[in-house]
Design a protein around this ligand. Structure first.
Ligand SMILES: Cc1cc2nc3c(=O)[nH]c(=O)nc-3n(C[C@H](O)[C@H](O)[C@H](O)COP(=O)(O)OP(=O)(O)OC[C@H]3O[C@@H](n4cnc5c(N)ncnc54)[C@H](O)[C@@H]3O)c2cc1C
Length: 395
């Protein structure tokens, strides 16, 4: 960055993470703006980028060494995701593997881990699809309608999911479906189960995938289950306890999304500083005008504060301590910081911010997602209000 102290990586980094960051940055340098622009234009999946990350072992850092991964903590995963975004790339093509992994690691049986994890670690199997959201239930996960009914040694799945991202580029899907009707459960949070679906067996038959074209290149889809058979051995953990397993992984997901947002924010700030320093209007750099300089400084301060919260959430998670409040605040603050930085960066670049070749309009669209998915800002505020501050529940 011109004329400024270089942006520090998250402070929890030790030597190993610095090395990981350097390697990720080197890998990202092979995938410059033109690569992402072309993919964006074609709405094409960045298979080469995901392949390179897989080959380098970055997507399997959370898998224990005995199953072929590197057995590192969330801090390593967060450093990788942040670095990808800080270098102008987009981890959304493959971040789900990191989020989904926890459900199998924490709640899968030994035989499931032995069967699946080594192949996921080597890249022989892609675990990128997470089927939770449905068109009618939205954020209200307990209202989901997809059912899985046990018949002998199988479950028969019927229903529909929406926004199931990367389904076309994944072999496996982690699926949340109802196994006990809502009016028959003892506790309202019970009755949902998690399955690891091997989509290779069913796609084009009892599983139909339909792409949804969106404002970003996200490979998202609708999926339809029509009497889809899932072997009972693919049930993760106990039947009816799936929501708990999925929620268990949410803190990691929130912190990792936070890290991606910090990466985006730092990318925007770096671009803005460089442009504000070199662009001459009225015979002086535009960055000399405080109308340009102060928003950049404001975004820098907000990003660094949010990064501390991400760091805190990751530390607590890795120490096995409760991290719900911090993970939610990290996601909230980091998503706000990246969106503000995106807007500031566009404004700093004036008309040129709209030109595709600057990559700003693309990153601007991409980072907007994190105010909505995987969880919207309102629902995070509701978590903080009700679960952290003890305010009356709204739903
Ligand atoms: C590009 C993209 C990729 C996605 N990928 C996946 C994926 O891979 N897997 C998956 O399962 N899902 C995925 N999603 C879905 C995403 O998680 C949901 O869009 C998100 O959780 C919000 O749900 P919804 O869109 O149904 O909004 P709704 O639940 O319909 O909510 C609409 C708006 O109302 C607000 N709202 C709702 N209830 C309340 C309340 N009680 N109080 C205050 N405000 C409220 C919400 O905050 C939101 O702003 C993806 C979405 C997108 C756009």
């Amino acid at each position: 960055m011109t004329g400024a102290r270089p942006i520090e990586p998250l402070a929890f980094d030790d030597g190993d993470l610095q090395e990981i960051r350097r390697s990720v940055a080197a890998l990202c340098a092979r995938f410059p703006g033109e690569y992402w622009r072309e993919k964006d234009r074609e709405r094409a999946y960045p298979a080469e980028f995901v392949g390179a990350l897989t080959q380098a072992g970055f997507l399997s850092v959370l898998i224990p060494e005995e199953f072929g991964g590197s057995g590192l903590g969330l801090s390593a995963a967060a450093a990788i995701m942040e670095e990808i975004h800080k270098n102008g790339c987009n981890g959304a093509a493959c971040h789900a593997q990191m989020y989904i992994m926890g459900t199998i690691l924490r709640h899968g049986s030994q035989s499931q881990k032995t069967q699946w994890l080594p192949k996921i670690a080597s890249g022989a199997l892609r675990l990128q699809a997470f089927g939770v959201t449905e068109p009618t239930s939205g954020t209200d996960t307990l209202s989901l309608q997809t059912t899985a009914v046990r018949q002998g040694d199988h479950y028969i799945v019927n229903g529909q999911k929406v926004w199931t991202s990367r389904a076309e580029h994944s072999d496996l899907m982690l699926l949340l479906a109802r196994t006990t009707p809502r009016d028959k459960v003892r506790k309202r949070t019970e009755g949902l189960s998690v399955f690891l679906v091997d989509m290779r067996d069913v796609v084009g038959g009892t599983l139909t995938i339909k792409p949804i074209r969106t404002m970003i290149n996200h490979a998202t889809t609708e999926v339809f289950f029509d009497d889809m058979k899932v072997p009972a051995e693919n049930l993760i953990g106990e039947e009816d306890r799936g929501l708990k397993y999925v929620l268990d992984g949410m803190n990691a997901e929130r912190a990792l999304i936070g890290a991606e947002c910090i990466g985006d924010a730092r990318w925007f700030i770096e671009k803005a500083v460089a442009y504000a320093s070199e662009r001459q209007v009225f015979n002086r750099p535009i960055g000399r005008n405080q109308g340009i300089q102060f928003p950049i400084a404001q975004c820098y301060a907000a990003t660094e504060a949010a990064a501390l919260m991400v760091e805190r959430a990751v530390e607590l998670f890795d120490a096995g301590k409760p991290s719900g409040a911090e993970a939610n605040m990290a996601k909230l603050l980091a998503a706000e910081a990246s969106w503000k930085a995106a807007d500031m960066c566009l404004q700093t670049h004036g008309g040129f911010g709209f030109a595709e070749e600057y990559d700003i309009e693309r990153k601007f669209r991409e980072t907007r997602l994190y105010g909505i998915a995987p969880i919207s800002t309102n629902l995070i505020l509701s978590y903080i209000g009700e679960h952290v501050l003890g305010l009356p529940r709204s739903y």
